[in-house]
Design a protein around this ligand. Structure first.
Ligand code: CO
Length: 289
């Protein structure tokens, strides 16, 4: 196998999102609009909120791509215009295909809001190819207990698999195009070499400690963009990272806030469809008392 080496390292910057919560964002960043098919990588926190302080993202639309929420600490309550509602807790994943359009809210869980507490997680945007941008919205809510895990024989490299496969374990989430989305923890002396098909673009975002990716040390808050090859080597250091891979669509991208399409015309249409209510709205039952 030919190992991929690191072509570029990007330091994340801090950014305010939604109702005012702070994220670490390595993508997009100055000089890198996207890493096709990945459009955005946001790490929420880790932050510890005082009672009454937790913030979320109130009602907003999406069209043309997928949002993946992966919660490590805290809880998010979500509702949307298709009538779904639910709660994501530590370890849980929501893979939402916004497709033709959806309006949703992502808010802190009630007891997190009341009592305060720690919040840590990710939201990642995966682009859809032109032929799927107007597909029916779809949800895959997977509790952490259902996410496959695996480890090397010595136990020094451990993985939770959201998408793709590693060490003989395969994801339960279905993706429209081949995607790798894996949470790896490496201990000192741990090492793993993973085959990843050459047509996938591969990224590694380290969010704790330091990990050697393709022989190069990548530290907390850094995103490594890997070059060509058919395998990825991860080695400890003690650290934790998200390993992301996807087949580039190589299509034009027109992006405006929560809409990601192929042309300006399609963006104008998306704004019209949202403002005229065609993406729906969230129906909330009035609280009694
Ligand atoms: Co959203």
């Amino acid at each position: 196998m030919s190992k991929r080496s690191v072509a570029r390292v990007i330091k994340s910057h801090r950014q305010t999102e939604g109702g005012g919560f702070v994220v670490r964002r390595p993508l997009p960043t100055r000089g890198l609009e996207h890493a096709d098919p990945f459009l955005l990588i946001d790490e929420l926190g880790p932050v510890t909120y005082a009672p009454g302080e937790a913030i979320g993202a109130p009602d907003h639309p999406h069209r043309g791509f997928e949002t993946v929420s992966y919660i490590l600490d805290g809880a998010v309550e979500h509702e949307d215009s298709a009538g779904h509602r639910g709660r994501l807790g530590p370890g849980d994943v929501q893979w939402m295909t916004a497709g033709a359009g959806i309006v949703h809210s992502e808010m802190p869980g009630a007891e997190l809001l009341a009592n305060g507490g720690r919040v840590h997680g990710f939201q990642i945007w995966v682009n859809l190819p032109a032929r799927l941008k107007m597909t029916r919205p779809r949800y895959q809510d997977v509790p952490g207990s259902r996410l496959p895990t695996a480890q090397t024989d010595d136990g020094k490299a451990r993985v939770t698999i959201v998408a793709g496969e590693a060490l003989g374990a395969r994801a339960v989430i279905e993706t429209h195009t081949p995607i790798v989305f894996q949470d790896w923890t490496l201990d000192e002396g741990g090492r793993v070499e993973l085959p990843i098909a050459p047509e996938l673009r591969v990224l590694a975002y380290v969010f704790d400690g330091a990990v050697r990716v393709g022989g190069r040390e990548v530290t907390d808050g850094e995103l490594a963009i890997l070059g060509e090859g058919d395998a990825v080597e991860l080695a400890g250091g003690r650290g934790r990272l998200l390993l992301l891979g996807g087949v580039p669509h190589r299509e034009p991208i027109a992006r405006y806030g929560p809409f990601v399409m192929n042309t300006e015309q399609e963006i104008i249409q998306a704004v019209k469809d949202f403002t005229s209510g065609k993406m729906g709205e969230i129906t909330r039952t009035a609280q009694v008392g």
